[in-house]
Design a protein around this ligand. Structure first.
Ligand code: NAP
Length: 335
């Protein structure tokens, strides 16, 4: 084999708002020879996630941030092309939390072998299983104590987590209302993914529409966005309703303090339970949740729209799609 060159994006300069041309720099290094207990991984897909932007901030966050100069961290899916590691044989597929790189030498830390899935598209399986599917499942069941028949409002509904939340809740006989940022996204939710209704927050009065669609109130608000959209749901919660704070994407690029939520008084008036969570804390649940999700995909009961961007070079610009609403479903970079 000729010399393999690994290309990897490194964190270069902290962005003030959106990621820009100076945020990352692409470095090339020859791949070194493997030692015992190592394998060479060729990345096929890089997952872009809203939290990637959070890792670049100087906030006190839920894990180590990415430091300036370090490789950019990300969830990757690929194949083992050389191996001196007994658990990662050549030809196997694997997924893990590593870096925005096309070739990775690893001792296995953070990686796991991806099970062969008959008849299931590997990109779709990775898109569901890497983060979005477990986040939706654990968020609904473990954090939100989902019950059949609940009325649910989910924001960021046409994104990766949102489409999972709606479909999983529908399987339990819930009534699901999604909030998203375009007519096409709203049509996809109702016409293709089984949501009962969808609200276009860019053209409609979200608070009034939630009131009209949920005259008896919301049992479970699954929040991916925050800000005015969270406020609109808080205004219509049922007594003892549950609010799952999964994400607050509307504030991740904020450079000034973010006000609100203004309807916080309803935590008392409606005796609400509000719980935030991070899926990385629920590793013990993953084996069970993964096998449930794999079964649902294989049975055609769970689908993930994919938004695929071509080439590692495109990754930095593509990350901004999550903040402009440019993606529908799971945003992946094909390498
Ligand atoms: N807690 C956890 O463990 C965990 C794990 C994974 C993800 N998350 C969170 O889940 C949320 C979704 O993440 P994802 O990776 O699946 O991304 P995604 O939903 O696929 O993409 C983000 C979507 O958010 C919407 N959005 C962006 N800025 C917005 C704004 N200012 N106001 C309203 N909507 C906005 C856009 O859709 P529109 O066109 O509809 O605006 C965009 O397509 C994020 O908040 C993320 O941090 C949390």
């Amino acid at each position: 084999m000729g010399e393999i060159v690994a290309r990897c994006w490194h964190f270069n300069e902290r962005p003030k708002e959106m990621v820009d041309a100076n945020t990352f720099v692409l470095r090339e290094t020859p791949v070194r020879a493997l030692e015992d207990g190592e394998f060479l991984f060729r990345t096929l897909y890089l997952s872009l996630d809203a939290t990637n932007r959070v890792w670049l901030s100087d906030w006190d966050i839920y894990m180590e941030p990415v430091l300036i100069g370090e490789p950019m961290r990300g969830f990757v899916f690929g194949e083992i092309v050389e191996s001196r590691h007994p658990d990662f044989p050549v030809g196997a597929h694997a997924a893990g939390l590593h870096s925005w790189a096309n070739h990775i030498v690893s001792d296995g830390a953070g990686f796991s072998v991806f099970p062969p899935l008959d008849g299931v598209d590997l990109a779709e399986a990775f898109a569901v299983l890497s983060v979005a599917g477990p986040t939706a499942y654990v968020g609904l069941h473990d954090i939100g104590e989902l019950k059949g028949g609940d009325t649910i409002v989910v924001s960021g509904a046409a994104g990766a987590v949102g489409v999972m939340v709606g479909q999983i809740a529908k399987l339990l006989g819930c009534r699901v209302i999604g909030i998203a940022g375009s007519g096409d996204k709203c049509r996809m939710l109702t016409d293709e993914l089984g949501f009962d209704a969808a609200i276009n927050y860019k053209t409609e009065d979200v608070e009034r529409r939630i009131g009209a669609l949920c005259p008896d109130g919301i049992d479970l608000c699954f929040e991916n966005v925050g800000g005015e959209i969270l406020d609109a749901s808080l205004a219509h919660m049922k007594d003892f309703g549950r609010v799952v704070i999964c994400g607050l994407i509307s504030s991740y690029n904020a450079k000034d303090p973010v006000p609100g939520p203004f309807m916080f008084r309803n935590v008392i008036m409606r005796r609400l339970t509000i719980r935030g969570f991070v899926i990385l804390d629920h590793a013990d649940r993953l084996p069970d949740v993964m096998s449930i999700l794999v079964g649902l995909i294989a049975d055609g009961k769970l689908t993930m729209p994919l938004h695929v961007v071509e080439g590692l070079d495109a990754a930095p610009d593509a990350l901004n799609l999550l903040y402009t609403g440019g993606n529908t479903g799971k945003l992946l970079v094909r390498i």
